[in-house]
Ligand binder design. Structure first.
Ligand SMILES: Cc1cc2nc3c(=O)[nH]c(=O)nc-3n(C[C@H](O)[C@H](O)[C@H](O)COP(=O)(O)OP(=O)(O)OC[C@H]3O[C@@H](n4cnc5c(N)ncnc54)[C@H](O)[C@@H]3O)c2cc1C
Length: 242
């Protein structure tokens, strides 16, 4: 067993003009100030991962490499169009997080490779991002459904929605039918009327003690409606702030 904990090169966070690069051994706790600054709701979600002790030791790269369908950071990284840099003795390669996770606890990590860094593009002007976690307890609980959305809507019409969900399939995935249905439409509740059916087309969730399939789909649809509401208020806010 090899621990990456003391590899200085992997513990770096490198801010750039258009992205932040989080090293493969950066803990949640060390990443938090950067997440809070650029993606506050990602930071808030990370604060609900495990306990302080887990966040002091656990890493975003470890969460990603585990490729759990309910790994909390994976939908965020997919919605934000993050890429991973994989390094081995034979060199480096980059992959979008979306294609890095290939199945239930399966990833594109080859033998001898480590995640050297995760590059997260910063939000461009006019882009909104939010992440949500649904679980039985607010703190220290594994997600039933986790969702992350990045929206771009110049002039009020949707140019791009990236809607990524965990807990609805064997791996975190984007809801392609939903994304396609809202594209080019005004960002208004009317265009979300059909999302329950569209989500059921995109996902066939498992049922377990955390939630049945119908519950998971309803929760996912509710989160997207909530994102629409929160991003449409005159003063952007989170519902829990009310
Ligand atoms: C009590 C408890 C509560 C938890 N709560 C949550 C939760 O609420 N939400 C959640 O999503 N997860 C949760 N987890 C899971 C865990 O916190 C995450 O998966 C964590 O991010 C793992 O990170 P790590 O660095 O400890 O990885 P490790 O556990 O050390 O490794 C996990 C896997 O990733 C591989 N790996 C790690 N780093 C790299 C790298 N840089 N390159 C390649 N492979 C790598 C390892 O080889 C291993 O296969 C919890 C775990 C515990 C024990």
């Amino acid at each position: 067993m090899i621990s990456l904990e003391a590899v200085d090169e992997l513990r770096r966070i490198t801010p750039a003009a258009d992205a932040i690069e989080i090293g493969g051994a950066v803990t949640y706790t060390d990443a938090l100030p950067y997440l809070d600054r650029h993606f506050p709701s990602f930071g808030a979600l990370v604060r609900r991962i495990g306990s302080r002790q887990i966040r002091n030791l656990g890493t975003i790269a470890g969460n990603l490499a585990t490729a759990s369908p309910i790994g909390d950071t994976i939908p965020c990284l997919i919605a934000l169009d993050a890429t991973v840099t994989l390094a081995s003795r034979s060199g480096q390669r980059m992959l979008p997080v979306e294609s890095f996770v290939t199945g239930y606890r399966e990833s594109g990590l080859a033998a001898g490779e480590v995640i050297a860094a995760i590059r997260i593009p910063l939000l461009a002007a006019g882009q909104d991002f939010a992440a949500y976690k649904v679980c039985k307890r607010f703190d220290q609980d594994i997600s039933t459904v986790v969702a992350a959305f990045r929206l771009e809507r110049p002039g009020g019409k949707v140019a791009e929605l990236r809607a990524a969900f965990g807990g609805l399939a064997a791996r975190a995935l984007r809801a392609r039918s939903v994304e396609g249905a809202v594209k080019g439409r005004p960002w208004a509740p009317a265009w979300l009327a059909d999302i329950d059916a569209l989500l059921a087309r995109d996902f066939t969730p498992i049922a377990d003690h955390r939630g049945g399939a119908a519950y998971r789909l309803r929760a996912a649809a509710g989160l997207l409606r909530r994102f629409q509401l929160e991003t449409s208020l005159a003063e952007p806010m989170r519902v829990e702030a009310l």
